[in-house]
Design a protein. Structure first.
Length: 95
């Protein structure tokens, strides 16, 4: 069965449910701290997934998937920064 990449209601990326099924991810997130070994494990998982797909794609498919990966990376960075900025306390100056 295909997993829809987008939420049907919001049309936003919807892979969180699949991420929650990654045992190495949930184990790493359990204490709220990502150490060097946990990051290395995730890096290996990404590299392995990329290697498993890259050579099987036609040039046109490779171009589309490359654009998807780049846009997803940019989205993740921007969403993380947005959340960090929204959750940080705002200073009020009284003059």
């Amino acid at each position: 069965m295909r997993i829809n990449w987008l939420d049907d209601d919001t049309d936003l990326p919807a892979l969180d449910e699949q991420v929650q099924k990654l045992e190495h991810f949930t184990n790493s997130m359990a204490d709220g701290v990502i150490d060097d070994d946990e990051l290395a494990t995730q890096t290996e998982a990404v590299v392995s997934a990329m290697k498993a797909v890259q050579d099987d794609l036609t040039d046109a498919q490779h171009e589309k998937v490359t654009k998807l990966l780049v846009e997803m990376a940019a989205y993740n960075i921007m969403a993380t920064l947005h959340e960090l900025m929204a959750s940080r306390p705002r200073k009020t100056f009284v003059g």
